[in-house]
Design a protein around this ligand. Sequence first.
Ligand code: AGP
Length: 616
Amino acid sequence: MCGIVGYVGGREAAEVILDGLARLEYRGYDSAGIVVADAAPGARLDAVKRAGKLDALRSALQGSPLSGHLGLGHTRWATHGRPNDANAHPHLSEDARLAVIHNGIIENYLELKDRLQAGGHHFASETDTEVLVHLIEDHYQAAAELGRARERLVRAVRGALTEVRGAFALVVAHADHDVIVAARATSPLVIGLGEGENLLASDVPALLPYTREVVFLEDGDLAVLSRDGVEVTGFDGAPRRRDATTIDWDAEAAEKGGFDHYMLKEIYEQPVVLQNTLFGRFAGNGLDVRLELELDPRAIDRVVVTAAGTAFYAGQVGEVLIERLARLPVEVEVASEFRYRRPVVDERTLCVVVSQSGETIDTLEALREARRRGARTLAILNVKGSSISREVDDVLYIHAGPEIGVASTKAYTAMLAAFELLALYLGRGRGTLPDALAAELLQGLRELPQQVQEAIDRRASVAEVAERFKERRDYLFLGRGVNVPTAFEGALKLKEISYIHAEAYATGEMKHGPIALIDRSMPVVAVATASELYDKTVSNLQEVRAREGTVIALASDGDDGIRRHADEVLYVPAVHELLSPIVNVVPLQLLAYETALRLGRDVDRPRNLAKSVTVE
Ligand code: AGP
């Protein structure tokens, strides 16, 4: 996720901003920029932007230091547009008197950009953010009667906000005004309250050297910061009361957002991450998706998916989705096998590689093998600029932000969301997905972030289960249909951070051998949420219980009958079966986390594991 820092007060803004951006580096980024000024009539904003890390920006500033007591800074995690100087934030108006930085996605930026260009605006970047600069500029000109009154800038920002759709955090400065204007619409923003100075940032660590009194902005808040104070209203101008919070975290805890571990922070980030993955990709007709892909859905007649670990399980969910919605045959193969199998692929085969890091050597080599054999390639990928991103025909970025915990959580659910979008894209493009189902799935995807939040909010009941079974030495995970991979991912999460042996099976396979394992010592975690195969799953649970097995059932809200067939029930919101892997995995992530915690494991850095396996 990008980093934002703003300052207004008596210090040199550049020093405060660079220090703050450095404290947000853990969030990952690929370019950085800063703008400072001392507001005065006719003043200009001085900005320096560089691709790469903060060191590149610092060395540029050594050549031309910036002086001023108001400023904005940004570290960019590229979404729209390559990581280069022009696309780095801040973005300035053509007269260099207005500057904008931004986190998140402007869903309708293309239509706005077309309108603004038709109105004579010239764009200097490929980003969605730059649309905001020109919009605010137009509204600022329209409020000329207000002269240099602070209200003129505030009104310009409010006017622009009425025209944009998306999930974002927006921060604005103008050379005529000694204030910073900030707006939050999903992406986090926090204000630091000082004496004769005020700050803002995308996360707490940037503020801690200057203040521990902070105000967390909420969705729909618009804040005006001057050196003497902070005013918070809604986008409509109605005053909003926001109480200050005293932060008692140390710097490292602050980087984890107050969570004990990155893994837990990343589990909790999933609702916002899903918004970043999905929003901006729904077409206005409520039936289609808009993916910026070269791929012609009718130019392929089969799909091969290859990946490793958690990404492989995401691919297995993708297999069911693509076959069901696009009626294309799909096969999924672990990359370490695919790359040596002399795979049968050709120019009508779409090879989908899935990777959080984009550096997993097995997946990268599998991609190269598929390309050598003529396949068309597409990556479902998190890290922009990674090796895989440079070697595929198309990339569908998951926008999960940097994932620090070795055990993948938010990247997995973001990969699943990306597969939902890809399956919809292929199905609609091939004419195999009827309007009614497309509309139902798209509406379901819009509701998914909130339902994932509800699943996260039930953490306490998962912790009780973890407490009861933490000493068990073996677990069995079961799932059917689109949730077979959910069972495998749940087993992987548990084994890789708690070191408990856990294996997974398709529920229907249990009677072909694994049922010999069942006894009172081995908990059986069964995905038994709403499904066409629910009754068969219940029969399997009865088979487990008949052998004194202990059943921990994942069930959909409202299913009271399941209690007769399970020792423990973990409920999740009821969603469309084809969307259920995204919600169902949340309690399994939490089960692994709460168990590992109780066993004193190093949750973020489990033994023997690396975040990205770049060696064979
Ligand atoms: C997931 O919890 C593991 N850390 C691991 O299986 C990981 O998914 C796998 O190594 C693939 O990594 P990638 O997504 O970066 O390619």
